[in-house]
Design a protein around this ligand. Sequence first.
Ligand SMILES: C[S@@+](CC[C@H](N)C(=O)[O-])C[C@H]1O[C@@H](n2cnc3c(N)ncnc32)[C@H](O)[C@@H]1O
Length: 175
Amino acid sequence: MSSPNQGLISLKPFIPEYVDTVLEIGCGNGRNLIPFKDKKLIACDLAPEEDVNWAHPFEDIIYVRSLVQEVLVEGSADIPINMSSALVISFGIMMYLTKEEQEQFYQGCLARGCKNFIFREHDTDSNRSDGVFLLERHNFIEKKFNYSMRDPSTTYVSLDLDQTQKDQLRNLTAI
Ligand SMILES: C[S@@+](CC[C@H](N)C(=O)[O-])C[C@H]1O[C@@H](n2cnc3c(N)ncnc32)[C@H](O)[C@@H]1O
């Protein structure tokens, strides 16, 4: 798969204008960074960089080879200490971590000032034995773009929006 997730494209107009950096954990080939190619991009995955077959010829992308569980703890110089203008995204990776690991990463981003998150992960209520999203759901707006029994993924969205924008986001249907 080399094209970005359609739900992510639907969400793009809701991302605050001040966001200038996008960090994707478990980036794979970076397909979900394509909609943000005009921003500073930081891509994290455990794969060796030479094995990454980028979905787009990104210019100046920063690749951090790390486990998500370690990327903030280890203090990679490439992850900004101040993440107040960053958006963090994940597609099919947070759910493979334990609840404690998911919390540790999320709380680490919050501690650095991050206010914008989009996580597309197996629905907390699904019975997927390979993992589900385990962060506190009341902090997120849940969007079920292209939800199916085969792929019970929900997009968990927390963006720095006012109440009117949040209501619009709740009513948003996928393109
Ligand atoms: C299901 S793929 C999704 C790739 C990409 N997000 C996408 O939607 O196309 C999961 C990716 O997460 C990476 N990954 C799995 N566990 C990881 C971990 N603990 N830390 C960092 N990356 C991890 C894998 O190497 C793989 O590239």
